[in-house]
Design a protein around this ligand. Structure first.
Ligand code: ADP
Ligand code: MG
Length: 254
C-alpha cells in the first residue's frame, strides 16, 4: 500500500499552519515526523486521517483519495494516537483497548476480537493493569493504553503523535521496537517524535517540518548535524553521529 500526500495545506483561520506538503510512503516504512514545537506535525497527522480536512491538497491510499472513503473505512485502515489522551471515561484498560475493535464489531465482540485485545495488552506490557480503571493510571501508562488500542485495531497505517513523550527509557525503547515490528509486518508507521537519536535508530524515513513547510525528507542520511542545526535553529557542534552512536550503545545495553 502507498500513502501519498499531495500538496497538503491547512490554515487555522488566517494562519497558514501547513504549506503544500508532499510526500509518499510505502508499506513497511517507519517515518519520523520531526520539527520544532508549532511546526505543524500534529496538524499534518490530523490531515492524513481526516480529523481535519486539508484546506488544499489531497491524501491518497494507493490511487484512492481518502475523501472518497467512507469514514468507518478510514477508521479501519488508519489508527491515530493523539498527543494528549482524550477525555478518559471510567472504563477499564481492557474495555478501552477493545474500543480499537469497533470498526470490525457488529453486534457483540467475537472470540477473535477478545484474543486481539489480549495480545495488544501483552505487547504493551499492560497485563497487570488490564482490569484497572484507566483514570487511575499514570500518564505513561495511559499513553500505552492508547497505543494498545491502536494496535488492536489492526490498521494498515498507524499515526502517533509524540507517543513516547511521557514514557521512561525502557518503555520508550519497548514502544519504538514494537512500532518497528509493525512496520516490518507491512504497516506504515508515522510517528511525531522529538528524540532524534531514537528516531534515527528506529525509523527508516524522516519528514522534517519547519514553519509549516517541508524542510527535508529522506532516509537516515538526513539526520546530520547540519540539517538538525538548521531545522531547530541551534548551533551544536557534536550533535551528529558521535552523539547518536553513544545513545545507540546505551540503547543496546538496555
Ligand atoms: P506541532 O505539532 O508541530 O507542535 P501543530 O500542528 O500543533 O504543531 O501547530 C502548528 C501551528 O498551528 C502552531 O503555530 C499552532 O499554534 C497552530 N495551531 C494549532 N492548532 C490551532 C488551532 N486550533 N487554532 C489556531 N492555531 C492552531
Ligand atoms: Mg504537536
Amino acid at each position: 500500500m502507498e500513502l501519498i500526500l499531495k500538496n497538503i495545506s491547512y490554515s487555522y483561520g488566517a494562519f497558514s499552519a501547513l504549506r503544500s506538503i508532499s510526500a509518499s510512503f510505502s508499506s513497511g516504512d517507519m517515518v519520523a515526523l520531526i520539527g520544532q514545537n508549532g511546526s505543524g506535525k500534529s496538524t499534518l497527522l490530523k490531515c492524513i486521517n481526516r480529523v481535519v480536512d486539508p484546506s488544499r491538497g489531497d491524501v491518497f491510499l494507493d490511487s484512492l483519495s481518502v475523501k472518497e472513503l467512507p469514514i468507518n473505512r478510514v477508521a479501519e485502515v488508519m489508527a491515530y494516537v493523539p498527543q494528549y489522551a482524550e477525555q478518559i471515561r471510567f472504563s477499564t484498560v481492557f474495555d478501552m483497548v477493545l474500543l480499537g475493535r469497533k470498526p470490525y464489531i457488529s453486534g457483540a465482540p467475537t472470540k477473535q476480537d477478545y484474543a486481539k485485545v489480549a495480545k495488544s495488552i501483552t505487547q504493551l506490557g499492560l497485563q497487570e493493569l488490564a482490569m484497572r480503571r484507566v483514570d487511575t493510571l499514570s500518564g505513561g501508562e495511559r499513553q500505552r493504553v492508547m497505543i494498545a488500542r491502536a494496535v488492536a485495531q489492526e490498521p494498515k497505517i498507524i499515526l502517533l503523535d509524540e507517543p513516547i513523550a511521557n514514557l521512561d527509557i525502557k518503555q520508550q525503547f519497548a514502544v519504538m521496537k514494537l512500532l518497528q515490528e509493525l512496520a516490518l509486518d507491512g504497516i506504515i508507521v508515522i510517528v511525531a517524535i522529538h528524540d532524534i537519536a531514537l528516531a534515527s535508530r528506529f525509523c527508516n524515513r524522516a519528514v522534517m517540518l519547519k514553519h509549516g513547510t517541508l524542510f527535508a525528507s529522506g532516509g537516515r542520511e538526513v539526520y546530520n548535524s547540519d540539517t538538525i542545526n538548521r531545522l531547530f535553529d541551534i548551533e551544536v557542534d557534536n550533535y551528529g553521529s558521535d552523539y547518536f552512536d553513544t545513545r545507540w550503545l546505551c540503547g543496546q545495553q538496555l
